[in-house]
Design a protein around this ligand. Structure first.
Ligand SMILES: O=C(O)CCC(=O)C(=O)O
Ligand SMILES: [Fe+2]
Length: 336
């Protein structure tokens, strides 16, 4: 596996990156009236904020947040070390990711299933766990200078923000305020994506259509366009708003909410001019965690759509041995 950043500037798109016609991005459709709502977390009416989050979490599965309490400096410095990391040589990047004998810090290109992929994606990525910080930080990259300190502080802030958003969601859904304060949110991860300029943006993608396999994701997407959300058969671009975060409902939260929230499908398109670097904070459960509709949300008029399953089995059916039917058998309650 050679990182994309090592060779991407040679000016051509290899055949293995050319997606089949139906999966290509085509012309992006940006219906203005359907843009992703921006929610002010400092709005002084808490009930109104919760109403907006629930509404857009159902309609779009995505929202942007401003006045979220994470400092601009922390966001800017994190973006800077993220860009610097991907600007290092391939060998240096690999060396920085070998510090954990258990391989918790991962560097890959395209998706982590690269060797099995029929088509590759125009992306490199670095990912590592981030909580509890003192159990993981010693395995993170030491270079670029300041990486651990800056990303360490950022991940503490993002954890606080995740808890705050989950509390608002709990309140809106009618769940106890600490519903997620357990193994459901035990294994958060940072992911630093890098999408170099691409010679043929119409033929390939940075990420194919997917739902995040987690509870929620908080994305720092910087200033470059690329993220698109699938809604009612259209792709909607998530326009960068300076220092906003993009929040998206993960597939597991769709299941826990018994369909009251939507784990929306999304993808990343590339462009020929600007490199794009993004930082995702993923809230994941532990592998052993049981996932299923919250009891408080199921009753005679809202019967359970999904049945309980172990998170590790979901990962197997989604990624390790991807099998749509096996995944549906695992998560959906039989209607027979
Ligand atoms: O880079 C982006 O804009 C989105 C990344 C994403 O969807 C993911 O990492 O799951
Ligand atoms: Fe995603």
């Amino acid at each position: 596996m050679e990182l994309l950043s090592n060779w991407c500037s040679n000016g051509s798109l290899p055949e293995s990156y050319v997606l089949p016609p139906e999966a290509r991005p085509g012309n992006p459709i940006v219906p203005l009236e359907k843009s992703i709502p921006v929610i002010d977390l400092q709005g002084n009416d808490r009930k109104e904020t919760i109403r907006q989050i629930l509404k857009t979490g159902k309609e779009f599965g995505f929202f942007q947040i401003i006045n979220h309490g994470v400092s601009k400096d922390s966001m800017d410095e994190t973006m800077k070390v993220a860009e610097e990391f991907h600007a290092m040589s391939g060998l240096d990047k690999e060396r920085e990711c070998l510090k954990d004998p258990n391989g918790s810090c991962k560097l890959y290109t395209s998706s982590y299933a690269y060797p099995r992929e029929e088509f590759h994606l125009w992306r490199d990525a670095l990912t590592h766990p981030c909580r509890p910080l003192d159990q993981h930080i010693q395995f993170w990259p030491e270079n670029p200078t300041g990486y651990r300190e800056v990303v360490g502080e950022y991940s503490v802030e993002l954890w606080k923000l995740s808890c705050r958003i989950l509390e608002l969601l709990c309140e809106g859904l009618g769940l106890s305020i600490n519903y997620f304060s357990n193994e459901l949110s035990e294994a958060p991860k940072i992911m630093i994506n890098h999408y170099p300029p691409c010679p043929e943006p119409s033929l390939t993608l940075g990420l194919r259509k997917h739902r995040d396999p987690n509870i929620i994701t908080i994305l720092h997407q910087g200033q470059i366009n690329g993220l698109q959300v699938f809604k009612d058969g259209l792709w909607i671009a998530v326009q960068p708003v300076p220092h906003a975060f993009v929040v998206n409902i993960g597939y597991l939260l769709q299941i826990i909410s018994n369909g009251k929230l939507n784990g929306a499908e999304h993808r990343v398109v590339t462009n020929s001019r600007d490199a794009r670097t993004t930082v995702s904070f993923f809230v994941y459960p532990s592998d052993e965690c049981l996932i299923g509709p919250a009891k408080a949300l199921v009753n005679a008029s809202n019967p359970a759509i999904y049945k309980p399953f172990k998170y590790a089995d979901f990962v197997i059916a989604s990624y390790v041995n991807p099998d749509k039917e096996a995944l549906e058998d695992l998560i959906y309650k039989s209607t027979a």
